[in-house]
Design a protein around this ligand. Structure first.
Ligand code: FAD
Length: 337
C-alpha cells in the first residue's frame, strides 16, 4: 500500500476542511476502499476517517419518511423496525447483499459509493478506462458474463454492484450531501452516472463532497414489494440481475408502480414509461410482461452475457407477481417461488 496521511475528525466542518486538497478519500466501513487501496487501484494521498462524525442516526422526517445517516451500518438499517415495517423493500435488498459480517461494517454512504466488480477494473495488468482513463476496456473483448446490457458505452461495460441502491431507486430516495459548494439534495436517479466517455466518474458527487444522509419519502410500498436477486451462488455473490418491484394496488388494479433493475447497467436502471404502462391495468402477467419489454428496450448483450436479457425479462415479471401477491422474495430462504 502507498503512504497516505490519516485524519479522524470529530466534526463535519473539520472533515470538509481536511478534504479540501486533492487525492482525498473518506473512510467509512472500509470494506471497499481498503481493498482497493491494497490492490493499488485507489491511491489516495490522504484518508479522512469519518467514523467519529455524527452521522449514525435514523430519524423521522416531517413528511413521514426517514432520514438515514450516512454512517448507519447496513445491518442496523436492515433490522431497524421502522425500515422493516415501512420500507421492507430496502431491508430485503440490504439482506440480499454481501455477508452478515460485511453488512455489520458497511455503511449507507459507502454502499452507494462502492465501485464496480468488473474483473478488469481489479486487474492492473489489463487496460481499464475506469481505473486508468484512456487506456481502453479489456472487458469488451474479455469475459463479459457479469457485464452491462443497458446504458453501456464503447468505453466501459461495467455494472454498479450495490443492492441497496436498487431499492433506493425504486423508493425514489434522495442523497443529502455537504461539500465545497454547500449542502445539496440529489435525487437517487441523478446520483449515479452512465459511463459515457468518462467511466472513471461513477457519480455526480464533487471532489471532497460528503454524503451526510439518505432520505426516504413516506411511501414505502410495504404491502406489495419484492427484491429478487439472481446470482451464480445463492449467497455472498453480486447480482447477475436484480429487480426491486413495488406496487400500490386498488382492487387488484395497479395505482402506482416502481421497477428498478440491478446488475444490468452502470447505475440502477429505471424507465418511468414501463411503470406508467402498468397504471390502471389489472396486476397480472400480461401487463407485467409488457412493462418488462419496455424496461429492457435497447438492451444489448456483449456475448457471454446475452442470457441476461431473457433472464431480466423473466425476473421482472416474477418480481412483479411476487409483489402483487404480497409474497415477496424471502431474503433468507432464497428459493424462488
Ligand atoms: C466479499 C464482498 C461481497 C460483497 N457483496 C455485496 C453484495 O452482494 N451486494 C452489495 O450491495 N454489496 C456487496 N459488497 C460491497 C459492500 O456492500 C460495500 O463494500 C460496502 O457497502 C461499502 O461500504 P463501506 O462503508 O465499507 O465503504 P468504504 O469502503 O469505507 O468506502 C467506499 C467508498 O465510499 C466513500 N465514502 C464512504 N462514505 C462516504 C460518505 N459518507 N461520503 C462520501 N464518500 C464516502 C469512500 O471514500 C470510498 O470511496 C460486498 C463486498 C465484499 C468485500
Amino acid at each position: 500500500m502507498r503512504p497516505f496521511s490519516y485524519q479522524r475528525p470529530t466534526g463535519i466542518a473539520e472533515a470538509l476542511r481536511d478534504a479540501s486538497g486533492g487525492g482525498v478519500r473518506f473512510l467509512a466501513g472500509g470494506t471497499n476502499l481498503v481493498d482497493l487501496m491494497r490492490a493499488d487501484i485507489e491511491r489516495p494521498t490522504a484518508v479522512i476517517d469519518i467514523n467519529r462524525l455524527p452521522l449514525g442516526e435514523i430519524e423521522e422526517t416531517a413528511s413521514g419518511g426517514l432520514r438515514i445517516g450516512a454512517l448507519v451500518p447496513n445491518s442496523d438499517l436492515a433490522y431497524d423496525s421502522r425500515v422493516e415495517v415501512r420500507f421492507p423493500l430496502l431491508s430485503s435488498a440490504l439482506l440480499a447483499g454481501a455477508s452478515a459480517q460485511l453488512r455489520n461494517a458497511a455503511t449507507t454512504g459507502g454502499n452507494l459509493l462502492q465501485r464496480t466488480r468488473c474483473y478488469y477494473f481489479y486487474d492492473l495488468a489489463t487496460p481499464c478506462n475506469k481505473r486508468d482513463p484512456g487506456s481502453g476496456c479489456a472487458a469488451k473483448s474479455g469475459l463479459t458474463r457479469i457485464h452491462a446490457i443497458l446504458g453501456a458505452s464503447p468505453h466501459c461495460i461495467a455494472v454498479h454492484p450495490s443492492d441497496m441502491a436498487v431499492a433506493l431507486a425504486a423508493l425514489e430516495a434522495e442523497v443529502l450531501t455537504t461539500g465545497p459548494s454547500g449542502d445539496r439534495r440529489i435525487g437517487i436517479a441523478d446520483f449515479h452516472r452512465l459511463p459515457g466517455d468518462t467511466p472513471q466518474v461513477d457519480t455526480n458527487l464533487e471532489p471532497g463532497e460528503l454524503i451526510t444522509a439518505i432520505e426516504l419519502p413516506a411511501e414505502g410500498f410495504a404491502d406489495h414489494y419484492s427484491y429478487l436477486k439472481l446470482r451464480d451462488r445463492l449467497s455472498y455473490a453480486f447480482a447477475l440481475v436484480s429487480v426491486a418491484a413495488a406496487l400500490r394496488l386498488e382492487d387488484d388494479v395497479v395505482a402506482e408502480a416502481r421497477i428498478a433493475l440491478g446488475g444490468v447497467a452502470h447505475k440502477p436502471w429505471r424507465n418511468p414509461e414501463a411503470e406508467r404502462l402498468l397504471v390502471g391495468r389489472p396486476a397480472g402477467r400480461d401487463g407485467f410482461d409488457a412493462a418488462a419489454r419496455v424496461l429492457l428496450e435497447g438492451s444489448e448483450g456483449q456475448g457471454a452475457n446475452d442470457f441476461k436479457i431473457p433472464l431480466a425479462r423473466r425476473a421482472i415479471v416474477r418480481a412483479l407477481e411476487q409483489a402483487a401477491a404480497a409474497t415477496p422474495q424471502s431474503p433468507t430462504d432464497k428459493r424462488i417461488r
